[in-house]
Ligand binder design. Structure first.
Ligand SMILES: O=C(COP(=O)(O)O)[C@H](O)[C@H](O)COP(=O)(O)O
Length: 318
């Protein structure tokens, strides 16, 4: 291994993110930051420049895994912007400290936004969920901690069934759960009081990028008069959208949609598997963050406050 190559720990984390063993925007962000700390601890470069080059290379490897959750480049940027010092030991300490600080903030932000989201829920409410979002779960769990009785209708979320994880975690939190197939969502909207989803990225216009199926759910919720909120800590704000960039939607393998036998039996068709979609701001009632709740159209104000006019690549040299 040359000094610039990612350590095994970075390669393992990158592989786990790409294969979705580590998944969900907040979890990916925490794991990527921890991998940078492992890289900082695990190398013995002969100069401060070599240390920085090695950390930047690790950040690139981690960034190349999945394209949609902006929490990943935001996490890398947070750590690399604090990579400061004239000697290797100082640089190492600053990176490790920055990672600890980042992970602390991640946990605190989730707890804080959970309380905000919980205030939108009333005793006796039933909520509908899509996919598995730790930020969305934080709202429901905080409502339960406030002593409210909450039930959940959980969409299974094809093709990877992350709804099963949500169902299990809600059950563990004492929330009665009804699991449904995705296509039953509109029918069950008549029985729920709120829809709560997470986000992988939030664009400057207030568009919410989340697991595919969120936008259809939001349109149906509006048609049924059911309020829908996105629970998203501010590392989900996508700074590059401030300067006109769009968010890349990850396309995943067709093998997640159709198994080999069925594929062979059907023959010559094409299969597409987008992992995310964009919910226009007019179909979302609120974005709940650790700084309070926002109408989607006003999120740009918070984005400017936190990111200025945009952001450079995480590995850009200062
Ligand atoms: O869309 C997903 C996960 O998609 P995937 O399973 O493809 O990663 C989640 O709703 C967001 O990432 C938010 O999660 P969190 O609130 O935990 O950050």
């Amino acid at each position: 291994m040359t000094a610039h190559e990612p350590t095994a720990s970075v390669r393992d984390t990158a592989e786990a993110i790409a294969t979705m063993e580590i998944r969900g925007a907040a979890t990916i962000a925490g794991a990527a930051a921890e991998a940078l700390a492992a890289q900082a601890r695990g190398i013995d470069p002969d100069s401060p420049e070599a240390f920085c080059a090695s950390l930047r290379a690790a950040a690139r490897t981690l960034h190349e895994t999945r394209p949609t959750a902006v929490s990943l480049p935001n996490a890398l940027r947070y750590v690399l912007q604090r990579m400061d010092g004239r000697d290797v030991e100082t640089l190492r300490r600053n990176v490790v400290d920055a990672v600890e600080e980042f992970v602390d903030q991640l946990d605190r932000a989730q707890t804080d936004l959970g309380r905000v989201g919980a205030n939108r829920l009333a005793d006796g409410d039933t909520v509908m969920t899509h996919c598995h979002s730790t930020d969305a779960l934080a709202c429901i769990e905080a409502a339960v901690e406030q002593g409210k009785s909450i039930s959940a209708v959980v969409k299974e979320t094809r093709p990877r069934n992350q709804g099963h994880i949500t169902a299990e975690q809600l059950r563990d939190a004492g929330v009665p759960v009804t699991l449904i197939v995705d296509s039953a969502a509109r029918r069950y909207l008549d029985t729920v009081d709120h829809v709560v989803v997470g986000a992988d990225s939030i664009a400057a216009d207030g568009g919410v990028i989340n697991k595919v199926g969120t936008s259809g759910l939001a349109v149906n919720a509006r048609e049924r008069g059911v309020p829908i909120m996105t629970a998203a800590q501010t590392i989900k704000l996508h700074p590059e959208t401030l300067t006109g960039h769009t968010v890349e939607i990850e396309m995943r393998s067709e093998s997640e949609v159709i198994d080999e036998d069925a594929r062979e039996a059907i023959g010559d068709i094409s299969v597409e598997n987008p992992a995310f979609d964009v919910t226009p701001p007019r179909y979302m009632d609120a974005i709940v963050t650790e700084h309070g709740q926002f109408p989607p159209e006003s999120i740009v104000t918070l984005m400017r406050e936190l990111f200025g006019e945009g952001a450079a690549e995480p590995w850009a040299e200062p």
